[in-house]
Design a protein around this ligand. Structure first.
Ligand code: GLN
Length: 455
């Protein structure tokens, strides 16, 4: 049924970069055979899964939305994918994304933009627009994404779906094509809080292949979501609203829905507390130094020899000319911008002034969170300041995209978990609005409990 749905709608939406109907059906039949043979299968056995193209897979291409990885086949599956397959989920295909997860609209994909299933002239958010639209348009019930500065939560908000960024290290990054390693986190997307929690439970856990993977006994997120659905489940929960996240630029319809969701939290027993996070206003600036710095280093491996594309000048060329022609042809505008920015920020003489200062700001933001979580259990904000904008509306101006990340970036800088869930539509444009909930590190379950209570 999902393959039929993809065939019917994906020509317009472009949520998928690759599908393999035969392989998916064969995997589904394999699960059926195991079930008939009496194998004890998990709750999600046989459920189809869409996978963001940032996660490498053996059975399909893995491009990360870039020309430079066109035709690349991984010799292994990313751990999150391997865990999903082991739990019996059936991989349907790879989803579209901004090149190397750099972007907020999926317009930076080398394979054309994904369209928002609410309105084809609107962006779905990014970088994981493909995964969000795949679940939102009923092409898949579940999807995996990656969130470095909001790429799971922001597209969830703009498409009316649910997405979670786990605690940093909660889900293995092994086999996730790296953008900024100290910020990247793999996480689940779905249409309901409970479905998101079920997928979270499958992919979470320690992995010796990822040195930052946490060895922690995670409680069941699904159990937390089920608890949260009980009336009055939030009695005693203190919910913080950060003054600095109610930015001037917040669209009126977004603000109205957010205020309603605070009333819903209160109705379930929560108490709303206003809190202060004085350094959040510097989060975007710090992030857009730390991210390009790490990205420029991670992207150095696309050297025309080890992976994907290779462009040789006439006559063969030198090692240097093959490398530079390949990188010139293989990377898009945003990737090049960030490589140049990052290389500059890391260069001798500037390192302390840029990268060093940004890291100090990052520490101050972590302290703001620590002070806030001494007063409250959960922080709530709109996931994004606006609803989905029109394709092309930012006209290639990267700053407009960057500013849309102001609400999601702080969680990545601090490594804490965040969840976005739909809270209705904005009255001025009828487009979906997301509520973001954040909790201290390791307290992901709290988000599912609170999210399920107001869903
Ligand atoms: N929009 C942010 C950026 O462009 C987020 C990216 C992400 O989370 N992968 O960097």
């Amino acid at each position: 049924a999902h393959l039929d749905r993809i065939a019917a709608v994906d020509g317009e939406l472009n949520a998928f970069l690759a599908t393999d109907a035969e392989a998916s059906l064969a995997a589904a039949r394999g699960i059926d055979a195991r079930r008939s043979a009496g194998d004890a299968l998990g709750e999600l056995a046989g459920v189809p899964l869409a996978v963001k193209d940032v996660l490498v897979t053996t059975d399909m291409p893995s491009t990360a939305g870039s020309r430079i990885l066109e035709g690349y086949r991984s010799p292994y599956d990313a751990t999150a994918v391997a865990k999903a397959r082991a739990a019996g989920l059936v991989c349907l295909g790879k989803t579209n994304m901004d090149e190397f997860a750099m972007g907020s609209s999926t317009e930076n994909s080398a394979y054309g933009p994904t369209r928002n299933q609410w309105a084809a002239d609107r962006v779905p958010g990014g970088s994981g627009g493909g995964s969000a639209v795949a679940v939102g348009a009923f092409e898949a019930p579940l999807a995996l994404g990656s969130d470095t500065g909001g790429s799971i939560r922001q597209p969830a908000a703009l498409t009316g779906t649910v997405g979670a960024k786990p605690t940093y290290g909660g889900v293995s990054r092994y086999g996730a094509i790296a953008l900024a390693s100290s910020l990247d986190q793999i996480g689940p997307c779905a249409r309901t809080v409970l479905d998101t929690a079920l997928l979270h439970d499958v992919v979470a856990g320690h992995d010796r292949h990822d040195s930052t993977s946490l060895d922690f006994d995670w409680p069941s997120m699904a159990a937390a979501a089920r608890d949260g659905a009980d009336p009055g489940s939030l009695r005693g929960l203190r919910v913080g609203v950060v003054k600095q996240l109610m930015l001037d630029g917040v669209q009126p319809g977004v603000k109205a829905r957010f205020e309603e969701s605070l009333a819903l939290l209160t109705a379930q027993g929560a108490e709303i507390v206003e809190i202060d996070a004085p350094h959040f206003e510097y989060a975007v600036a710090a992030y857009y130094l730390i991210l390009p710095a790490e990205a420029s280093s991670n992207l150095a491996k696309y050297d025309s020899v080890r992976f994907g594309l290779r462009v040789a000048p006439e006559g063969g060329g030198t090692v240097e000319s093959v490398m530079s022609e390949t990188r010139a042809a293989g990377f898009g505008v945003e990737a090049k911008r960030r490589i140049i920015l990052g290389t500059y920020a890391l260069s001798a003489g500037y390192y302390d002034a840029y990268y060093g200062s940004a890291q100090k700001v990052r520490t101050l933001i972590q302290r703001d969170f620590a002070a806030a979580f001494a007063q409250v259990d959960v922080i709530a904000s709109p996931t994004t300041p606006t609803t989905a904008w029109r394709l092309g509306a930012h006209g290639g101006d990267p700053l407009q995209d960057y500013l849309n990340d102001a609400t999601t970036i702080p969680a990545n800088l601090a490594g804490i978990p965040g969840l976005s869930l739909p809270i209705g539509t904005a009255s001025e444009d009828g487009l979906p609005v997301g509520l973001q909930l954040m909790a201290p590190a390791f307290e992901d379950a709290r988000l599912y409990r609170a999210g399920a209570a107001v869903e």
